[in-house]
Design a protein. Structure first.
Length: 171
């Protein structure tokens, strides 16, 4: 007897719970060849359960065209020209919309931002990929994300004690 796949949805989480309980809120931003997404998730630090707060999806082809003086550094597979400024604006507006829909504040509620892309197939050089990565970061900064929320917060020191490593985590 074959088992049928189950499709489940993330349980809803109330705004009051997000504000009053220990939740770690993460925004995942991804700019791909066809879509640009912002997915907000919240992990309850007491129970370990993760909830999807919301998801905003836009079409990457709707990125604004290059303005005079902007440098086109690449194209999507569909031929849409990309500039650092245009990609940054698309990322900013997508993240801002996602946070506004959830009634969350970028500075006080958002703990971390993960950025990724899959558009690199249309680029000719590593420099173009670098410009794209910078554009993702610029968009987050334009949305008000503090730089500390875009890098790992934990620093660790490894000290040698009697031939074994011990890791001390610092916040």
């Amino acid at each position: 007897m074959a088992l049928k796949p189950r499709i489940t949805e993330s349980p809803q989480v109330r705004l009051i719970d997000l504000k009053s309980k220990p939740f770690f809120i993460v925004a995942s931003l991804e700019v791909g060849n066809t879509t640009t997404k912002s997915i907000l998730t919240a992990t309850n630090m007491d129970t370990g359960r993760t909830h999807i707060i919301n998801k905003v999806v836009r079409m990457t082809r709707d990125v604004r065209p290059p303005r005079p003086g902007e440098t086109v550094f690449g194209k999507t597979l569909t031929g849409v020209e990309l500039t650092r400024e245009a990609v940054a604006e698309l990322v900013r507006s997508t993240l801002t919309e996602s946070l506004e829909r959830a009634s969350l504040d970028v500075k006080t509620d958002l703990n971390f931002v993960v950025r990724s892309t899959g558009v690199v197939a249309g680029f000719d050089s590593p420099e173009e990929v670098g410009e794209f990565i910078k554009a993702l970061a610029d968009g987050c900064l334009m949305a008000g994300v503090p730089p500390k929320n875009m890098t790992p917060r934990c620093l660790f020191q490894i000290s040698l004690k009697s031939s074994r490593n011990t890791v001390n985590w610092k916040k």
